[in-house]
Design a protein around this ligand. Structure first.
Ligand code: NDP
Length: 447
C-alpha cells in the first residue's frame, strides 16, 4: 500500500467517473469518488435520460394526433406536465441510487460533497473540510451550460432547469441551433407549447452534413416550431409574467420562457487544478494526451471536461481505457473515429462518419448516394414528415465513410450501421445485404 489515503480519487460521479471508479475498485484498488450534486452526472440527472423521456412524452402527443388515419378516435386527450416531470424525477432518483450502489458494491467510497485540489496529490472536501491524499486523481467533472453575456440573462433558463419547470408555459423561446436547442424546441412544441427557436446561423446543427441540417430544419417547421435564423438576442426584459427579448436586428418578441441552449463549457472552475499544475486550454478544458493523461503525470481526465467528443458513451470508453492504462499495464488510447451518434429531434438524426463536406475536404474523390421519401407510416397518418438518407464512399473499393439518416428510429438504425462502418464496410457489402421489408432501414441496402 502506498503512502496515500487512496490509490484513486475521482472527482465527479457522472458516466466517465463512475465507470472508471467502479472498474478500478473491482481490481482491488482503494478508490473514492466525490460528487457535489447527484450520482449519475449530466447524462442521468439533467441530460440524455430525462431528455429522452421528454421526447417519448412528446411522441405520444404526435401519435395521438396522427392516429385518426389509422381509425382511432381519441377524445379528451390532454397533457399534464406535472405528471411527466414527476414520473421522470422519480425514475432519475432510482437511477442515481443505482449509480451510488454500483460504486459501493465494488468497494469504492462515495462522498456526497464537492472536492477540490489543494496540491498535486491532495484534495479537500467542501462540507467536512477533510483533506485526502491520492496516488492518482481523475477529473471527471463534465460540463456546464454556457450563457452569453447580455442584459437580463438571469431571466433565461438553461437545460439544467428545463426538467423541473413548475408548469409548461404557453409560449417558449429556445435560443441556439445545436443539439440541445433543437431537441428541446421539439420537446416543447411536441408537448403543446407555442415554440420559437432562434439561431444566429442559417441552418441548424452546425458541423453536421449540410443536407441533414436542411432536413432537420424542415422537420422542426413541420412540427410547428417558429424557426428564425440569422438572429441573436441582445437583451431580455421582464414584462408582467412574461419577457420581451430584443434581438441584434432590433426586433422584439414576447414569450413566457426563454431557454438558452448556447453551448456548454468544461466544468473546471474553482477545482484548484492550478494548485496541482494541471494545464487547461482556452475554453477551460483539461488538456490530455491520447491516454487521457494531463500534463501532470498522475492526474487524468475523461469525458466532457476534456472537450473531445462530448457524449456519454465516449466518456465511459475513455474511463475504461484509463483503467486499462493505469491499472492493467495495458496502455489504451480510445479511438475517437467513427463514433455513431443521434440527435433526438422529431424525427431524429443518426450519423456515423464524415459529412459530405468533411469527406470532400479529406479525400480526393468521394461518391454520394442519397434518397428522400415519405415513410410508409406517414401515408395513412397524413404526416408530412420525410426521411432522408445519405451514404458516402471513397476509393475504388467504395469504403463507406459516412452514413446520415434523418427519420424515425434513426438513432436505433445508426447504432447497427455504426458497427459495419467501424469495421470498414464497403458499398458492395451494403448492396449484398438482403433488405428487411418493409422497413425504413432497408433503403440503406438499395441505394
Ligand atoms: P452545441 O455546441 O451543439 O450548440 C450550441 C449552440 O449555441 C450553437 O447553435 C451555437 O451557434 C449557439 N451559440 C453559441 N454561442 C452563442 C451566442 N453567444 N449567441 C447565440 N448563439 C450562440 O451545444 P449544446 O449545448 O447544444 O450541446 C453541447 C454538447 O452536448 C453537444 O456538442 C453534444 O456533444 C452534447 N449533446 C449530445 C446530445 C446527443 O447526443 N443527442 C444531446 C445534447 C447534447 P453556432 O453554431 O453559430 O456556434
Amino acid at each position: 500500500m502506498s503512502n496515500y489515503d487512496y490509490d484513486l480519487f475521482v472527482i465527479g460521479a457522472g458516466s466517465g467517473g463512475v465507470r472508471s471508479a467502479r472498474l478500478a475498485a473491482s481490481l482491488g484498488k482503494k478508490v473514492a469518488v466525490a460528487e457535489e450534486f447527484r450520482a449519475g452526472g449530466t447524462c442521468v440527472i439533467r441530460g440524455c435520460v430525462p431528455k429522452k423521456y421528454l421526447v417519448y412524452g412528446a411522441e405520444f402527443g404526435k401519435a395521438i394526433k396522427e392516429s385518426s388515419g389509422y381509425g382511432w378516435t381519441v377524445k379528451g386527450a390532454r397533457f399534464d406536465w406535472g405528471t411527466l416531470r414527476d414520473q421522470i424525477q422519480n425514475e432519475l432518483s432510482r437511477l442515481s441510487a443505482i449509480y451510488e450502489g454500483v460504486l459501493e458494491r465494488n468497494g469504492a467510497e462515495y462522498f456526497a460533497e464537492r472536492a477540490e485540489l489543494i496540491g498535486p496529490h491532495t484534495l479537500k472536501l467542501s462540507k467536512s473540510g477533510r483533506e485526502i491524499t491520492a496516488k492518482h486523481i481523475l477529473i471527471a467533472t463534465g460540463g456546464t451550460p454556457f450563457v452569453p453575456e447580455m442584459t437580463g440573462k438571469e431571466f433565461a433558463i438553461t437545460s439544467d432547469d428545463a426538467f423541473l419547470l413548475d408548469t409548461l408555459p404557453e409560449r417558449v423561446m429556445v435560443i441556439g441551433g445545436g443539439y440541445i436547442a433543437s431537441e428541446f424546441a421539439g420537446i416543447f412544441a411536441g408537448l403543446g407549447a407555442k415554440t420559437m427557436q432562434v439561431y444566429r446561423g442559417d441552418k441548424l446543427l452546425r458541423g453536421f452534413d449540410e443536407e441533414v441540417r436542411e432536413a432537420v430544419g424542415e422537420g422542426q417547421v413541420r412540427n410547428g416550431i417558429d424557426l428564425k435564423f440569422g438572429q441573436s438576442p441582445v437583451s431580455i426584459k421582464k414584462i408582467g409574467n412574461g419577457y420581451k427579448v430584443t434581438f441584434d436586428d432590433g426586433s422584439q418578441v414576447g414569450t413566457d420562457l426563454i431557454m438558452m441552449a448556447t453551448g456548454r463549457m468544461p466544468n473546471t472552475q474553482g477545482l484548484g487544478l492550478e494548485k496541482a499544475g494541471v494545464k487547461l486550454d482556452k475554453n477551460g478544458a483539461v488538456i490530455v494526451d491520447a491516454y487521457s493523461k494531463s500534463n501532470v503525470k498522475h492526474i487524468y481526465a475523461v469525458g466532457d471536461v476534456t472537450n473531445r467528443v462530448n457524449l456519454t458513451p465516449v466518456a465511459i470508453r475513455e474511463g475504461a481505457a484509463f483503467v486499462e492504462t493505469v491499472y492493467k499495464d495495458n496502455p489504451t488510447a480510445y479511438d475517437h473515429s467513427d463514433i455513431a451518434s443521434a440527435v433526438f429531434t422529431m424525427p431524429p438524426v443518426g450519423v456515423v462518419g464524415l459529412s459530405e463536406e468533411q469527406a470532400n475536404a479529406e479525400y480526393k474523390s468521394i461518391k454520394v448516394y442519397k434518397t428522400g421519401f415519405r415513410p410508409m407510416k406517414n401515408i395513412l397518418s397524413g404526416s408530412e414528415h420525410r426521411c432522408f438518407m445519405k451514404l458516402i464512399t471513397t476509393g475504388k473499393r467504395e469504403k463507406v465513410i459516412g452514413v446520415h439518416i434523418v427519420g424515425d428510429y434513426a438513432g436505433e438504425i445508426i447504432q447497427a450501421v455504426g458497427i459495419a462502418v467501424k469495421a470498414g464496410i464497403t458499398k458492395a457489402q451494403f448492396d449484398a445485404t438482403c433488405a428487411v421489408h418493409p422497413t425504413l432501414a432497408e433503403e440503406l441496402v438499395t441505394l
